[in-house]
Design a protein around this ligand. Structure first.
Ligand SMILES: Cc1ncc(C[n+]2csc(CCOP(=O)(O)OP(=O)(O)O)c2C)c(N)n1
Length: 633
């Protein structure tokens, strides 16, 4: 037999095929899955550590449950690569996160096995509970409903809200807590300590003995089923007292902790849990990065490692030219420290993204003034509001797409009270490979309509620094500064601070034929487009608005008075952003110029590289050049 035909993985095209294997073959399949995922990840980077930690869990779930009839919801979904591979997407897996390829997260339209679209954290228990309640209303009492959620995601408010609801809904739901003791960065908060505490407790072992004896391999459909279930309940109660177990306090039956890499035991316990009705939670202990030494050792880096060498595990750094501009997030991270050294009122807040936002620089240098509050965007905003009430200047750094979670807190707790909170929105605009769930394309529109809010977007590092410098002076009320994923444009970015005039834009270049009006980073492409058009004798003016709100009306009057064609450019939805603001201004003042709005169209944009997506949406340099040529021809 050659290697190919010995492979178990190659025989599996669906969970039906998986179920044909003997349980003893699952460890081998696990190793093949691991090798396959690691191999693919070296060629096509994505999330890695979380998926390596859930391989046994994934096999056991699809082995035991009747998916897709039974509903499995993966929280966040970055740990679901093995799920994708076992549910018919092995051959397409090399297209993961690529343009027109499969998504890096479960997605309903991609597969019937992806029961719920995910990407943002802590939604799985709510969605699963909804499905379970629906099944019960539809008198479909055979269906199982399973949420798989990490210890990090479990700290999110939605997860708590759902547990609270599920406990009294008495629905048939199983929550599998995948506890690897880490989020992207180290997990934080009291819950983390609680998990560590129950992990170390002996309760489960005592409980397991009683339960297995009681079960004797029987199920609720077998003889004495009622008595067995009763005994299990009694056993659980006697081993872990209600008072001491958080999940029991939520009316869940708590099982665990169990070894989440022991696939035999997992299969056994899931089979048994299938037959216990009502809300139940299985606590699995896993290792993030399991089976790949470097990933186990450096769990933060290997959350999403980029390119790396499979044999050595070394990350392959793109050769770094010293003259290369830094990432915007790095400029934020260094600048907040620089400012905080001089202004003791400054504090930093991140909801579980210290390394993603570069607030980790401040956390290291000023640990008392920089806070990771866990996956809790709503709390991060209101916590910042509380500090602002006391006169501090919080810089609350949240990715644009995750800020969607905290919209009410921004309006009700900050803007309404005109508190000095500086919102730094990282990943503003199209983010690339993470796709539709993560694009930060709505913030310009959703902040623009909030009274008291200053909405700013820097075109480069210098402007980011000056916006931060201006905002930290305080007295402006809520001040949002949004910048994109990735690099800026200035290798020498440590510019001296200058105060910016709020609501004032600038003329980047004059030109009579067409005016391009931009906000934020796309201004660089607008400038480059104008420079190439000059070679063809087409004169394009470029304006950098800097502020969407308040908008520079004087500058807009100048632009409308001198141009018949105005192109607006923004890395965000064209519904409600810069283009809409300028259109409204035109109507208000009865100007006649034609407006051409470039940006993200009114639809969800999928995954691909950032450059590919910007091109697809039509606000890259070439699209601007083509549009200007069309207008002027
Ligand atoms: C609302 C929201 N905030 C932040 C994130 C970014 N994020 C993705 S995974 C993750 C950590 C999740 O930790 P855990 O649930 O323990 O899963 P693990 O990666 O450890 O398997 C975070 C913070 C997100 N996806 N959604």
């Amino acid at each position: 037999m050659n290697e190919e035909s010995k492979s178990l993985l190659n025989q599996i095209h669906s969970p039906e095929d998986l179920k044909k294997l003997k349980v003893q073959q699952l460890p081998q399949l696990g190793e093949e899955l691991r090798a396959f995922i690691i191999d693919e990840a070296t060629k096509n980077p994505g999330h890695l550590g979380a998926t390596l930690g859930t391989i046994e869990l994934t096999m056991a779930i699809h082995y035991v449950f009747n998916t897709p009839y039974d509903k499995v919801v993966w929280d966040v979904g970055h740990q679901a690569y093995a799920h994708k591979i076992l549910t018919g997407r092995r051959e397409r897996f090399h297209t993961n996160r690529k343009l027109n390829g499969i998504s890096g997260f479960p997605k309903m339209e991609e597969s019937e096995y992806d029961t719920f679209g995910v990407g943002h954290s802590s939604t799985s228990i709510s969605a699963t509970l909804g499905m379970a309640v629906a099944s019960s209303l539809l008198k479909d009492d055979k269906r199982q409903h399973i949420a798989v959620i990490g210890d990090g995601a479990m700290t999110g408010g939605m997860a708590m809200e759902a547990l609270n609801n599920a406990g009294v809904a008495n629905s048939n739901i199983l929550v599998i807590l995948n506890d690897n003791g880490i989020a992207i960065d180290k997990n934080v908060g009291a819950l983390k300590e609680y998990f560590a505490h129950i992990n170390a407790s002996k309760a489960y072992n005592r409980f397991r003995e009683i339960v297995w004896t009681a079960m004797g391999g029987k199920t609720k459909y077998g003889k004495n089923s009622r008595a067995i279930v009763k005994q299990i309940r009694h056993a659980v109660k006697s081993s872990i007292s209600n008072k001491n177990n958080l999940f029991e306090a939520f009316n869940f039956r708590y099982f665990g902790p169990v070894d989440g890499h022991d696939v035999h035991s997992l299969v056994k316990i899931l089979r048994d849990l299938k037959n216990i009705e009502g809300p139940k939670l299985l606590h699995c202990i896993t290792v993030k990065g399991k089976g790949f030494e470097k990933a186990e050792q450096n769990q933060v880096k290997f959350h999403a490692p980029g390119y790396f060498d499979k044999t050595t595990g070394e990350q392959i750094k793109q050769t770094k030219d010293k003259k290369e501009p830094p990432k915007y997030q790095h400029v934020f991270g260094e600048t907040i420290v620089e400012l905080a050294k001089k202004n003791e009122k400054i504090v930093g807040v991140t909801p579980a993204m210290p390394s993603g936002s570069s607030l980790n620089i401040m956390m290291e240098k000023m640990p008392n003034r920089a806070f990771d509050v866990g996956i809790a965007e709503q709390h991060a905003v209101t916590f910042s509001a509380g500090m602002a009430v006391q006169g501090l200047i919080p810089f609350c750094n949240i990715y644009s797409s995750f800020m969607q979670r905290a919209y009410d807190q921004v309006i009700h707790d900050v803007a309404l009270q005109k508190l000095d909170v500086v919102f730094c929105l990282d990943r503003g605009g199209l983010v690339g490979e993470d796709g539709a769930t993560h694009h930060g394309v709505f913030d310009l529109a959703y902040f623009r309509c909030i009274p008291n809010m200053i909405v700013a977007a820097p075109m480069n590092e210098k402007e980011l620094r000056n916006m931060m410098y201006t905002a930290q002076k305080g007295g402006y009320g809520p001040f949002s500064i949004r910048y994109p994923r990735g690099k800026g444009v200035m290798p020498n970015w440590r510019t001296p601070f200058e105060t910016m005039s709020i609501g004032k834009g600038e003329v980047l270049r004059q030109g009579d034929d067409v005016a391009i009006v931009s906000i934020g980073h796309p201004g660089n492409d607008a400038l480059a487009a104008a420079q190439s058009l000059e070679k063809e004798d087409i004169n394009v003016a470029v304006y950098n608005m800097r502020f969407l709100k308040p908008i520079d009306e004087d500058l807009l009057h100048t632009i409308f008075k001198s141009h018949k064609h105005i192109i607006t450019v923004e890395d965000g939805t064209i519904v409600g952003g810069l283009g809409s603001a300028i259109e409204a201004f035109k109507n208000q003042h009865s100007y006649m110029a034609n407006i051409h709005k470039l940006g993200v169209p009114d639809k969800f944009v999928e995954h691909g590289t950032r450059d590919e997506l910007i091109k697809k949406c039509g606000f890259d340099k070439d699209s601007m050049i083509n549009l200007v040529k069309k207008i002027t021809s």
